[in-house]
Design a protein around this ligand. Sequence first.
Ligand code: NAP
Length: 329
Amino acid sequence: MFLMSLKGAMEKVIIIGTGCAGLTAAIYTARANLNPLVLEGREPGGQLTTTTLVENYPGFPEGIDGPELIMNMHQQAERFGARFRFGVVEAFEPATGYRRLQVDGEWLEAQTVIIASGASAKWLGLENESKFKGHGLTSCATCDGAFYRDVPVAVIGGGDTACEEAVFLTRFASKVYLIHRRDHLRASAILADRALTHPKIEPIWNTIATRYVGDAQGELEAVELLDLKTKERSRLAVKCVFIAIGHTPNTQPFRGKLEMDPNGYLLTRKGTQTNLPGVFAAGDVADPIYRQAVTAAGQGCAAAIDAERYLVDIDSARLEEVGTSLPLY
Ligand code: NAP
């Protein structure tokens, strides 16, 4: 039989990732009786697990903790029969008529794959960084900006994201320092201008952060800075530091196999489908623009519906026919 795997059963759907996109895809495909296998990678639960209160996810008027929201989605998917397995995808092969994923050394096979592996925020890599995440250190102004009303905050970065986040934060913060390692911004002219002309935003040029400083409760209260030109060191009192030095989409196993933009984000067409039939992408892995929990969930839902329709449309015989016309790499 064409779809029989030599080793294990051919899965109908494998979902990669357990953030909002992956878990929503799991809920929908499980409810559609597709018995999805969901792979949890190095950051189970995705970026929401690194934030505290989520106030902008519809349906929770008092807000909900990021980890709790993810746990609820996980349980909801399990209730409908989704199966979860820890495993990092190491390789991907667009085999004829089905797809192969190497997970911790084992090859898994599936008729459809939903890639919801997310994007990881880049961090500075300072020694005491992990200690302050969620305690005055974050990578998402939209998620956490409203917690810092009438206090000074800092944004680190010089690109479009840093400028957008700095301007967004002026709604809440008393002052926003924009700390950049160069003497000019990389951001597009319009966003740079909007940031630099804002009365609440003060740029600090040619400067890097070298250390986070906490108070007795472990909340961030300052950041130590180094002026790269003068070599002077200083301490800046801020209640929150927003790191905006870019995201890296988790698409490494798919390089050279699936179409991506120059930054490595998966490109989709016809809804959530990638350039390969039966392979869909949802959430931050394919979205450099919105990057919100609710948009990721929406895209996860769309990918599940796209996968379900693909499976309905293609019976075994037709799948073989389509498979022979798939691009092979
Ligand atoms: P980005 O353009 O890659 O900019 C990252 C910034 O962080 C750069 O200024 C970089 O400095 C700095 N940086 C990187 N590593 C650093 C480190 N270790 N320490 C200190 N600074 C560091 O990233 P992005 O701003 O997130 O934008 C990503 C993409 O999304 C871009 O294509 C952008 O145009 C797009 N985007 C568009 C919009 C919009 O159009 N509304 C909004 C957001 C993002 P250097 O300048 O020295 O390299």
